[in-house]
Design a binder for this molecule. Sequence first.
Ligand SMILES: Nc1ncnc2c1ncn2[C@@H]1O[C@H](COP(=O)(O)OP(=O)(O)OP(=O)(O)O)[C@@H](O)[C@H]1O
Ligand SMILES: [Mg+2]
Length: 224
Amino acid sequence: MSDAPVLIGRGLTKRYGDVVALDGVDIEVWRGESLALTGPSGSGKTTLLHVLAGIIRPDSGTVHLEGRRIDDLDDRLRTRMRARHFGFVFQEGYLVPELTALENVALPLLLQRRSKDDAFAEARRWFEPLGIARLERRRPGELSGGQAQRVAIARAIVTGPSVVFADEPTAALDTETTHRTMELLEQVTRHAGAGLVVVTHDPAVAARCDQQMSIRDGRIGVPA
Ligand SMILES: Nc1ncnc2c1ncn2[C@@H]1O[C@H](COP(=O)(O)OP(=O)(O)OP(=O)(O)O)[C@@H](O)[C@H]1O
Ligand SMILES: [Mg+2]
């Protein structure tokens, strides 16, 4: 296990007009560990996730990935850094509807200019461990919510990211499917040695994670 956090946010602030979405957040993410972010609607969870992942820039504060500052990179470099080092799972999966499950998982590798053979071989490896081995040729419209999230997990992990970010990954799933989906998400990230940041409203999902942080009005507090 590494002796330094893979991702460090320090003094992060973000405003939207009069709204203070983040108000001085310090946060650390460790390889092979999961961190749950909980808090009421509008408390700043998604904003924090987007700042950590380099999707938006903070107004002040810093984000370091493996010792390298990433918040001040220009848009082009931040986009490249995101594709290379981060994976994402969202509430609805955001799979590309026209592509098969296998093509969806291979897509991040193809965007990194990996050869087609290579990308598909790499993508195919994830279907068995995620329990979706027979679904490679289905399109997202032909998958259940839980199956679609497994495909989304495969797509998030296929590039070998340092950190996987998940924003309400189980919000559209029933209790049993939530449990199984979280189990798989934790397993694959831990096994790959990636950090996992999960935004969730669900106390049962948060309780599964190695660490919990609650956020309220853009500030980190202790979990309720
Ligand atoms: N692009 C934006 N423009 C203006 N205000 C925004 C924007 N994004 C977020 N906000 C505001 O910032 C605050 C934090 O929003 P954020 O989306 O981070 O909350 P959240 O904790 O993820 O909420 P939820 O649980 O509902 O998803 C809210 O007051 C929100 O209205
Ligand atoms: Mg949100």
